[in-house]
Design a protein around this ligand. Structure first.
Ligand code: UT7
Length: 328
């Protein structure tokens, strides 16, 4: 089986910064509550009319530029998102068109926050037999127009963004190696975090909009508990599968949903705080974009160096969760 490594990373967030004070005017909340309960100070949101391909395309261009690869060389484009530009076609086909990646096959993966990790898992399957050489995996989400600005328990949490990686076959040295990616789902728990309206069960209608069914519904407390449990479990399993102990991890990138979740997961895994990559304070929870944007920023800032061992894990609606372990 071929080894697979990362040839380039890229990310893109909207320019509009939305501080916590923005929500103080809308709902009964405060900067102090949001910072202490979530760690979020600010997030980025799109301008009206923007769509996920407006973020995913520049993120992909940056990753391709770092990789020194023409879009025409791409064999496959996988976009992890549940907020494509439109219901059909996929965001991946729109991004393929915008990049001019004529020779790629393109599709989306709808797996909520871990969709980027799901994307890596799928990409590896395509690449391991040698049939697909250059693969673009993107995680991107626009949550800002899926949240109810009257619901204080959700509206303060999310932000928009996109991150991308270009994967290539690797000898394990120059482009490192994705050592393992493991993904999980438990559909029994779907009702704890979901968007009821706009799909085939409750199609768009005036009634749907009146009831606010187009918005994210979440039982935050329950999600909080499951996310800690599953992210710890996924991290332990993937490290065990490669006989790697937490001491060997150079950088840990947990899903950027809530600083308290991230700190607890790191504590249970015995990974020291100075090895945890954190962007939640400035971007909020960007769902599928959370891991690849944090990865790209850590690479570009020089934190993550070639040869470093990186562990990332995520959790989200479905429930879905997973982890990836890579030598950068
Ligand atoms: O990306 C997918 C995964 N998503 C997550 O991982 C999110 C997981 N959940 C969380 O991060 C947290 O559960 C929240 C941040 C959503 C909520 O924090 P919490 O510490 O679990 O608060 P809580 O839900 O237990 O609520 C405590 C209190 C409640 O008031 P009462 O009933 O005690 O009077 C809430 O109504 O805090 C209240 N509250 C707020 N107060 C001020 C909830 N949201 C707010 C708010 N401002 N924005």
């Amino acid at each position: 089986m071929k080894k697979i490594g990362i040839k380039g990373t890229g990310s893109f967030v909207p320019t509009r910064e939305v501080p916590n004070s923005y929500f103080e005017k809308m709902v009964d909340t405060s900067d102090e509550w949001i910072v202490t309960r979530t760690g979020i100070r600010s997030r980025r949101m799109i301008e009206p009319g923007q769509a996920i391909s407006d973020l995913a395309t520049p993120a992909s261009e940056r990753a391709l530029e770092m990789a020194g690869l023409s879009p025409k060389k791409l064999d496959l484009i996988v976009i992890g998102t549940s907020t494509a530009d439109m219901l059909s076609p996929s965001a991946a086909c729109i991004v393929q068109h915008r990049l001019g990646a004529k020779n790629a096959v393109a599709f989306d993966i709808n797996a909520a926050c871990p969709a980027f990790i799901y994307g890596l898992a799928v990409a590896q399957k395509f690449m391991q037999d040698g049939s697909h050489r250059y693969v673009l995996v993107v995680g991107g989400e626009i949550v800002s127009n899926r949240i109810d600005y009257k619901d204080r328990s959700t509206c303060v949490l999310f932000g928009d963004g996109a991150g991308a990686v270009v994967l290539t076959h690797s000898n394990g040295h120059r482009y490192g190696e994705i050592l393992a990616t493991q993904i999980y789902s438990d559909g029994d728990l779907w009702k704890l975090l979901y968007v009821p309206g706009g799909g085939s069960r409750i199609p768009p209608s005036y009634q749907m909009l009146d009831k606010g069914l187009q918005y994210v519904k979440m039982q935050g407390n329950e999600v909080f508990k499951y996310s800690i449990r599953t992210m710890v479990d996924a991290a332990r399993k993937i490290m065990e599968s490669k006989k790697i102990t937490a001491k060997k991890i150079d950088w840990f990138i947990p899903h950027q949903a809530n600083i308290r979740i991230m700190e607890e997961v790191a504590k249970r895994l015995e990974i020291p705080p100075d090895k945890v990559i954190i962007t939640v304070h400035k971007y909020g929870n960007t769902s599928a974009a959370s891991i690849p944007t944090a990865l790209d920023e850590a690479v570009r800032s020089g934190k993550i160096q070639h040869g470093d061992l990186v562990l990332a894990n995520s959790f989200g609606a479905g429930f879905t969760w997973g982890a990836t372990l890579l030598r950068y």
